[in-house]
Design a protein around this ligand. Sequence first.
Ligand code: PLP
Length: 456
Amino acid sequence: MLKNDPLEQWDRDHFLHPSTHLAEFARGNVAHRIVSGGEGSHIVDRNGTRLLDGFAGLYCVNVGYGRREIADAIAKQARELSYYHSYVGHGTEASVTLAHMILERAPANMSKVFFGLGGSDANETNIKLIWYMNNILGRPGKKKIISRWRGYHGSGLMSGSLTGLPLFHKAFDLPLAPILHTEAPYYYRRPNADMSEEAFSAWCASELEAMIQREGPDTIAAFWAEPVLGTGGIVPPPEGYWAAIQEVLDRHDILLVADEVITGFGRLGTMFGSDHYGMKPDVITIAKGLTSAYAPLSGSVLSEKVWKVLEQGTDEMGAIGHGWTYSAHPIGAAAGVANLKLIDELGLIDNAAEVGAHLRAGMRDALGEHPNVGDIRGEGMLCAVELVSDRESKEGFDPSRKVTVNAVAHLMENGVIGRAMPHSETIGFAPPFCLTRDEADEIVAKTAAAVKAVLG
Ligand code: PLP
């Protein structure tokens, strides 16, 4: 490890980091960490600090770090064929195999996969394909898309518009016009304390119905949603939510796009969130867990119903005018094949369900009675601890106190990575699926210590 090189200075001077306070970072007022290695659920930085990664990178290193099987598959692919495109009927053994493996695991009625690089571009693809579809079907006015406040769908022009978090819109001239946002199914912050989960779900569905009526059902193409809200605060849906929403969509012939970038391939303790909640999507967005982030790769998984229209479209108009140079990149595809095999061989989805439940139960034991802990929630290998200044009123804190940021900094000083969720006072965890019970206990003990250090 070189300690006298200028890397730290180059980082401040030349590297524009995503989702970072750029000015404070350049001035040296935001800490930086140059990460150099990882093994299992831990990462190591270049100073030799070892941290238990309670967020699996960005909810993505699902099989854990340092998996030789995936590294070897990538190296083999790079040696044999580092690249070939997938235009005009070309492909590689890895990309064709991976498409087949995805369809074997996807919910029924799914038919084809288009490959991209990340979740944002996959959502851009999905919007284009849905617009194309409605043009082919002779309904060019049916183009608006409804997503939800607190949803996160990426930060491209359209995917950033789908995102329902003001930080991603402010000063970027977003959201663009055809995107509308409806209520988030955030039961803890329901409008009326007396509402049951079912009543709140019915209210969310009635808000959606009202928006559709206001806009005109013939103008709405699709509803876009994560099975569990991720970046918006790790919020599982209340009882009955998906059934109530699905009924509204079916009645108005509105497509459902399930953004499973976080939930796809096991994060909820089941293969897909759509099956977990009985959703009936027409399109599924996949990314992160497809390769466990060993290489960039995403996918748009299309139902037979959508596929049939694309088939008709190209019969009428010729080849589809959509594709990326790196669609189905063989190195990403090889990583995906090795990753999905490893998940099966090691039974990692069952482990995610079991240890994730253990993590939440431990968190409830340790912090459930704390006067500043308003809600502890999650599903599968997801856990969130929402902090409030008063449990009764559920009021937050003066933002200048940076309560969650400080709690997460304390956690980090003690060797555990959690995430100060950017849009609520919530500490989030999305550990690798290989997390052990002992590691889960460590996350719980250190989170409890951090909350007590910051809030007493
Ligand atoms: N959709 C969801 C649900 C996500 O969580 C993310 C990223 O966190 C995205 C889309 C965007 O993916 P990417 O950052 O790979 O573009």
